[in-house]
Write a protein that binds this ligand. Sequence first.
Ligand SMILES: N[C@@H](CCC(=O)N[C@@H](CS)C(=O)NCC(=O)O)C(=O)O
Length: 219
Amino acid sequence: MILLHHIPFSRSFRVLWLLEEMGLRAELKHYSITDGSLRAAEFKAISPVGRVPALEIDGITIFESPAIIEYLAETRPEHGLGRMPGDPERVAYLEWLGFGETQASILGSLNMQHLFMGDPTPASPVMMKLEAARLGATLKAMDRVLADREWLLPSGFSAADTMMGFNLFSAPYYVRLDRFPNVQAYIAQIEARPAYQKARELDGQQEFYKQDFYDVPEA
Ligand SMILES: N[C@@H](CCC(=O)N[C@@H](CS)C(=O)NCC(=O)O)C(=O)O
C-alpha cells in the first residue's frame, strides 16, 4: 500500500504526478492548511514540522518532496526518470531538484503574505514586491534554459520536471507568464502528459486562491 499525505494544489502534487508517471497509485490522506490538521501530534510524528507531502511506501515514511522524488527515481530505475551517479546529467538533475524548492519557497512566502495572514495589514507591500520580482527571476532563468529544449534536461522528461508541480500552478497568481513564452510552452507540454492529467484529476480542489491574480497592494 502507498499512502500520500496530501493537500490539493500543494507540493504533494509533485509526488502524486511522479507516481502516476510510474504507473503507481497512492491512497490519499487529505489535510487542510487552515484547520490545524497539519499540527496534530500524529502527523508531526511523520513530518516533524507538519508539512506535506509525506509518503508511506516500501515500509518506510519519507518527508520532504525532493527526497521523496529522488527515492522514487532511485528505487524504480526501470522508468528512467532519475539521473543516477555517473550519468552526465546527474549534476544538472540535482540542481533542478534544488531549484524547485528555491522557487517554491518564494511562492510559500507570497502565499503566506497574500493569503494566509488573515488580516493583511501586517503584510509588507515591499516584501510582496520583492518576492514577486524574485519569482520572476526564477522564471526568467527557466525561460532561458527552455529556449532550446522541451524539458529541464536535454535528454528529456525526468523526475526533476515533476518538482515543478505546485510551482507552475502557483506562479501565475503572482507573475504574468506572458513575459516567459518558453515557460508557457513548457507548461503546455506538461499539461499534455496523460500522467499529469490523471494526477490533476486525483488531486482535488484547491482552496487557497480566490482570484485570478494577486497584485501588490498600494503601500
Ligand atoms: N521543503 C518541503 C516543504 C513542504 C511544505 O512547505 N509544504 C507546504 C504545502 S506546499 C505545507 O505543508 N505548508 C504547511 C505549513 O506551512 O504550515 C518539501 O518540499 O516537502
